[in-house]
Design a protein around this ligand. Structure first.
Ligand code: SAH
Ligand code: SF4
Ligand code: F3S
Length: 448
C-alpha cells in the first residue's frame, strides 16, 4: 500500500485517547494527538465513536497500573465492533509484548522512547498488522519533537526539555519505562517557546522527570540560563518548571528566579524522606542536610518562593525514627503542599527485594499522621496571604458559586468574585485582594 493511499484511508478514521499519570504523559499525549491528526485521524470524545482507542499509561504505583488493565477489560467488548486498541506509555514499555497475551485485542504497544516512530507504526496499523511494537528505543539519544503538538489549553502549555531518567532511585520504574536521560538543544526549546508566544501563549511550563538535570545537547545554556531565556521571550508572563531533583538543584536556579520576574515563585523539590539513612537506601544521593541547604537558598531569595514536595511513606526498613525525621523535615521546611504516597513495590526495581517491608496499615497510619500535620502547616501558610493583593491568571469560572478561578504565581488556587458585569476571560491576568484562606486555596475579590 502506498503512503498516499494510507493517508486517504486514515482520513476517515477517528480516535479516542485517555491519559493516565504525570504531566510528561499529558504532554506526550498532546504530541501523539498532533501526530495522529497530521496523519488524517480525527479525535472524538467518546470511545464508542472511535475506530482507534489509545491508552497512554502510568506504572508509577501498582494502583495506576491496575487501572489500565481494568480499563482495557471494560472496553474489551468494543473490539467486537472492529475497533483497534493501542497501549502507550509506561505500562506499555514495562509489560511489552505480555500485553498482547493479556489483552489479545490490542494491536499496538509502544513506550514513550519510540513515539518518534508513531507515523510508521500507524501505517502498519492501517495495513492491518496486529502486533505492532515500539519497545526497543530506551537507549536512544533522540527526543520526540513535533511541530504539530495539539495543546489542550490556549494560554499555558508544556514544553518537554529533557526525556528519560538516569537516576535509578531504588523504588522507581521510570528509568526502565522512559529510558535514558536525553536533553533537547536549547535552540530547539527556545524556538518552540517563541512559536508558543507568537501563538498567544503567556505561560510556559518546562517539563522533565528531572528538569534541572538538563544538559543542553549543543552545550550553549545551563538549565538556569535556559529558564531565564524562556522567561525573557516577549509575551511570556509566567514560566514554571517541574520536577526538580535535589541532586542537581543549583543556586543559580534561585538567582534566575530573583533576576527574571516572569519566572514563577514556586519550586517543586521532591525530598521523598527526611531521613538520610532512608535517602541512602533509596539511592537518592543526597542527605537531609544537603536538601535543607537547597531549601535555605530558596528561603533566602528576594521574593517569597513557595515550596512543594513529594514523599514516600513506608519504604522498606523505614523505622518510626526515620518517619519522625520526615515529619520534622516537613515542619522545618513549611511546605505549601506535599504529595505523599505509600511505598508501592514495583517490578524490575531493586527495592522490591529489600528486606523489612512495612505493613500496609503502618504505611497508611504514617501517611495520615504526616497529612494531618501538613494540613496545619498549610492553614498557617495560606492564612499569611489574607490582605495581600496577588496577580492571578484566570483559569475558568465556577458558575454554581459565582466565582472566577484564578492561579497565583506561587501556583495557589485563588477563587474570587468581581463586580464587573462581564467575567474575565480564561487566560487573562488581574489583581485580586485575598480576603479569606483555606488549607488548599484562597478566596478574594478582584480589584477594579
Ligand atoms: N523524578 C521525580 C519524580 C517522578 S515520580 C523525582 O525524582 O522527584 C513522582 C513521584 O512518585 C515521586 O516523587 C515519588 O514520590 C513517587 N513514587 C515513585 N515511585 C514510587 C513507588 N514505587 N511507590 C510510591 N511512590 C512512588
Ligand atoms: Fe524515578 Fe528517581 Fe528518576 Fe525521579 S529521579 S524519575 S524518582 S528514578
Ligand atoms: Fe507514570 Fe510514567 Fe509519568 S510511570 S508518573 S507516566 S513517567
Amino acid at each position: 500500500m502506498s503512503q498516499e493511499k494510507t493517508a486517504v484511508s486514515a482520513a476517515n478514521r477517528t480516535f479516542y485517547i485517555e491519559t493516565f499519570g504525570c504531566q510528561m504523559n499529558v504532554h506526550d499525549s498532546e504530541k501523539v494527538i498532533g501526530t495522529l491528526e497530521q496523519q488524517g485521524y480525527t479525535r472524538v470524545e467518546d470511545e464508542e465513536a472511535a475506530d482507534l482507542i489509545l491508552y497512554n499509561t502510568c506504572s508509577i504505583r501498582d494502583k495506576a497500573e491496575q487501572k489500565v488493565f481494568h480499563r482495557l477489560n471494560d472496553y474489551k467488548k468494543l473490539h467486537a465492533q472492529g475497533k483497534r486498541f493501542a497501549v502507550l506509555g509506561c505500562v506499555a514499555q514495562q509489560e511489552g509484548e505480555k500485553i498482547f497475551e493479556r489483552a489479545p485485542y490490542v494491536s499496538l504497544v509502544s513506550g514513550s522512547a519510540s513515539y518518534r516512530k508513531l507515523p510508521e507504526m500507524l501505517v502498519q496499523l492501517e495495513q492491518g498488522a496486529s502486533r505492532i511494537t515500539g519497545l526497543d528505543d530506551r537507549q536512544t539519544e533522540e527526543t520526540f519533537e513535533t511541530e504539530f503538538t495539539a495543546r489542550s489549553n490556549r494560554h499555558r502549555g508544556y514544553i518537554t526539555i529533557i526525556e528519560g531518567c538516569d537516576k535509578f532511585c531504588a523504588y522507581c520504574v521510570v528509568p526502565y519505562t522512559r529510558g535514558k536521560e536525553r536533553s533537547r538543544t536549547s535552540t530547539s526549546v527556545l524556538a518552540e517557546a517563541q512559536r508558543m508566544a507568537d501563538a498567544g501563549y503567556t505561560e510556559i511550563q518546562l517539563l522533565g522527570q528531572n528538569v534541572n538535570s538538563y544538559r543542553d545537547a549543543e552545550g550553549r545554556k545551563s538549565f538556569a540560563e535556559l529558564l531565564a531565556a524562556v522567561g525573557e521571550i516577549s509575551g511570556i508572563q509566567r514560566v514554571r518548571f517541574t520536577t526538580s531533583h535535589p541532586r542537581d538543584f543549583t543556586r543559580d536556579i534561585v538567582e534566575a528566579i530573583d533576576a527574571v520576574p516572569s519566572l514563577c515563585d514556586h519550586v517543586h523539590l521532591p525530598v521523598q524522606s527526611g531521613s538520610s539513612r532512608v535517602l541512602h537506601l533509596m539511592q537518592r544521593e543526597y542527605t537531609r542536610e544537603q536538601y535543607l541547604e537547597h531549601i535555605s537558598w530558596i528561603k533566602a531569595a528576594k521574593r517569597p518562593i513557595s515550596m512543594t514536595t513529594d514523599m514516600i511513606m513506608g519504604f522498606p526498613g523505614e523505622t518510626p525514627k526515620d518517619f519522625e525525621d520526615t515529619v520534622t523535615l516537613a515542619a522545618e521546611v513549611q511546605y505549601d503542599g506535599i504529595f505523599a504516597f505509600k511505598y508501592s513495590p514495583r517490578p524490575n526495581t531493586p527495592a522490591i527485594t529489600m528486606a523489612d517491608s512495612i505493613p500496609e496499615e503502618e504505611k497508611s497510619m504514617r501517611l495520615q499522621i504526616l497529612l494531618d500535620r501538613q494540613r496545619e502547616i498549610q492553614r498557617i501558610n495560606y492564612a499569611r496571604h489574607v490582605g495581600q493583593t496577588l496577580e492571578v491568571m484566570v483559569e475558568g469560572h465556577n458558575s454554581a458559586r459565582g466565582q472566577v478561578i484564578g492561579r497565583t504565581s506561587q501556583n495557589k488556587t485563588l477563587n474570587f468574585t468581581t463586580r464587573q458585569p462581564i467575567l474575565p476571560a480564561p487566560g487573562s491576568y488581574l489583581k485580586v485582594l485575598v480576603t479569606k484562606s483555606l488549607p488548599n486555596s484562597l478566596v478574594g475579590e478582584a480589584i477594579d
